[in-house]
Design a protein around this ligand. Sequence first.
Ligand code: ADP
Length: 157
Amino acid sequence: MKIAVFPGSFDPITKGHVDLIERAHPLFDKIYVAIGENSVKSSLFSLEQRLTWLKDVFRDNPKIEVGQFTGLTVNYCREVNARYLLRGLRNASDFDYEKTISQLNNIIGKDLETVFLISRPEYSHFSSTIVREIIKGKGDYKPFLPANIEINYSENN
Ligand code: ADP
């Protein structure tokens, strides 16, 4: 059984994340899309909101499990029996960052291997950070987010 964890903040999930998960789909028997609660990073959207969106986006896909964790990603991987981590690479700065994390995870996670997929060109400029700025400015976020995500500007900020 090939089990992978795709960890992230998903604040919010973008079409770039969805594309990556769809492309990784044939490689694994199960993929845990898991929100890592980061003690340093504060998020724009609550954990509950982000989990609801993830569940909504992947609700018709039995291979995808939505989860959450605090602390080290390697501990979560052990908990769910995952031997693989899934990560996306958009550019050279993603590579520099991911390379170090992957090497560390390989040591502390014993035989945990990170599988990288290069983002599709049409999504390589998508990031949750940019989308958060668009949302804060009440701009049109629709091109970047999965179709079932609605943000109500009269309620948010
Ligand atoms: P983190 O807070 O760990 O950076 P993110 O939610 O921003 O979490 O990203 C999770 C993973 O998704 C990372 O591996 C990131 O490189 C990848 N990713 C984010 N946006 C894209 C995209 N547009 N195309 C491909 N991969 C992406």
